[in-house]
Ligand binder design. Sequence first.
Ligand code: SF4
Length: 370
Amino acid sequence: MLEILKQSNNPEICKPLVEKVIEKAKEFQLRFGRNPAFMEVCGSHTMALARTGIKQALKEYVNLISGPGCPVCVTDQRSIDAMIALAEGENRIICTFGDMMRVPGSEKTLLDSKIAGKDIRVLYSPVEAVKVAEENPNKEVIFLGIGFETTIPIMALMVGEAEKRAVKNFSIWMATKLVEPVLRYLLDSGDVQLDGFLLPGHVSIVLGEDSYRYLVDEYQISGVITGFETAELLSGIYKLSDLAMQGHVSIENNHPSVVSKTGNQVSQEWMAKYLIECDEVWRGIGVIPKSGLDLKPEYDQYNAKKIFTVTVGVPKKTKCRCGEVIRGLISPNECPLFGKACHPMNPIGPCMVSSEGSCSAYYHYMRESI
Ligand code: SF4
């Protein structure tokens, strides 16, 4: 609670909201004999809930379970190994997001390869990769395409830019993930008891409120689309608690200033123009049919998987339990390596590396309170 008051931009609003959530959660406890359990789907939510102290303040009353919303964390080990192997080729420039650099592969990281002399560049705006290709016409420039619907439209835009500017030495190694298939997987598996989802603010800008109707219509579970400020997060948790208490299921938009009913049409059109559904492999889960987007065959000249041959062996087995963390089966502190063999200076798995990873969030903000 103290942490929330310290970090909130409006403590006058947040303190009563914390009390309201606790009051509602206690009502739920009285009626159902257990705490309400909600999953935050988005890795940025996980980080914000830990950083603001909300997880800590509510831990006795509400089970806030981190879900599969960190794109780096859900990328399977074989894909990570393939991207590192890709970077080993000659005459290549690999462009990536910063979070990827320290993700452990079976043998090394991208950072190790960079230190060894490979040209691997961290981009803050992915579209810069096309410019890098233009500036280096004698090299192959490959962007590592990891992300959910928030970043996927940018990848489509990059292909559009490369096409428009006739850039021939640019390609994307697509390893994208979609939110709906993994939520369906979690609900179908029944492994985690949930009373609702805190739905991602950023992804929802692209997809729109109506895209979550299946949660209500097919699974009878609520979702509240939520932003990232302390008050917004608390308000989202309160709404979920209230719906669960009343036994109502609904999709609520708690982020209406940026999330519309039908989402961002331009982004959707870009995706529809360049991309097609494909099966994707998820860490700790395996293949989920049609859970990613790949480039359509007519854009094969930009598809790094069609251009480059990469051979990887069987991924090295470790005791990392990221696969269970991202499915909400265990909390990071339940991994025996947490804070001991595995910490931010020596990450064993991606959940400890990524800025959206649950283990990193727990380590930075919650290890004193667990
Ligand atoms: Fe993996 Fe480290 Fe998290 Fe354990 S604490 S699940 S080893 S990243």
